[in-house]
Design a protein around this ligand. Structure first.
Ligand SMILES: [Zn+2]
Length: 311
């Protein structure tokens, strides 16, 4: 059985026209999956709705003063600009639910071996500031929560979004139980890339074959060396050649192969995986749907659930 985590609030945020963030992609992806896979009528895929992560939990990782200012709409304008969203209560509620979704995904992954969160991947959130559309770091929060669960002594975050996981790297730099592994474009945002446990910086225009060769061999080594009890996988699709914020040259089939590589390798080694959809940027949000849907199709493939129709 493949659990999916989703909440309607993910796309329920009013943004100025022409805002860069593809806010409708979550609802579009959810609707596409419901229609294509007839999720309501089947037993082998199940949907779960998350609870919001609490302020107390967030403050165990993030600076309490930052969280108080952020949640009370007291952040200086420059700090809100760095985040990239106008402040609203909707934004705060959505953020808490998205982070709750990634946390729920790790719990479901521990029960079922694999779980996909149809949001998540807010890896540019640092301890005391947010940036790049990220307010709080759902990946780091979920990884810390995972360590409180029975049977988890080591977590690996495999971040394949085209942008470096800078917030995750700094938040977890002193935590030997959490391995951070970022695969990203070397010329992509953020300019300053603090060290993760493992970093693979790829030159602009890296194509599918070169991406899969470089990433595949390092992933294999990383899993063999660290033997994590849980993998949190950021399956950002902004590595696609047509992405409006990414500089790599990976095709749609290459992204599917990447997803299969991560999910398949973990499944073969009996390592539970909680995956989040991560980044992907187009003015036409609908173009992102089939790219993100591939993650669900790859998971079905790995679990042996027949996939019809295919993408
Ligand atoms: Zn990204």
């Amino acid at each position: 059985m493949l659990p999916l985590v989703y909440h309607p609030i993910y796309s329920d945020l009013e943004l100025p026209p022409e805002h860069r963030y593809p806010i409708t992609k979550y609802r579009r992806l959810y609707q596409f999956l419901c229609e294509q896979l007839q999720i309501a009528q089947r037993q082998d895929i199940r949907l779960y709705e998350p609870e919001p992560i609490t302020v107390a939990e967030i403050k165990q990782l993030h600076c309490p003063d930052y969280i108080d200012a952020l949640f009370g709409n007291q952040l200086p304008a420059a700090k809100m600009r760095r985040i990239g969203f106008p402040w609203s209560q909707q934004l705060i509620t959505r953020t808490q639910l998205s982070s709750g979704g990634t946390r729920l995904a790790i719990e479901k992954a521990m029960q079922h071996g694999l779980c996909i969160h149809l949001s998540g991947g807010y890896h540019h959130a640092h301890r005391d500031f947010g940036s790049g559309f990220c307010l709080i770091n759902d990946l780091a929060l979920a990884a810390r929560h995972a360590l409180t669960l029975e049977g988890i002594d080591r977590v690996m975050i495999v971040d394949c979004d085209v942008h470096h996981g800078d917030g995750t790297a700094t938040l977890l730099a002193d935590d030997p139980q959490i391995i951070t592994f970022s695969v990203h474009g070397e010329k992509n945002f953020p300019a300053r890339k603090p060290s993760s446990t493992l970093d693979l910086a790829l030159p602009s225009h890296t194509n599918s074959d070169d991406y899969l060769t470089a990433f595949g061999s390092l992933l294999k080594l990383a899993i063999a060396q660290y033997q994590p009890d849980l993998v949190i996988y950021d399956a950002g699709v902004d590595i696609h050649r047509d992405d409006e914020l990414g500089y790599l040259d990976v095709c749609q089939a290459g992204i599917y192969q990447r997803d299969l590589l991560v999910l398949g390798q973990c499944f073969d080694e009996s390592i539970p995986v909680a995956a989040v959809i991560g980044g992907g940027y187009r003015h036409d949000h609908q173009q992102l749907v089939s790219l993100h849907a591939q993650l669900v199709y790859a998971a079905m493939n790995v679990l042996g659930i027949p996939v019809t129709p295919t993408l």
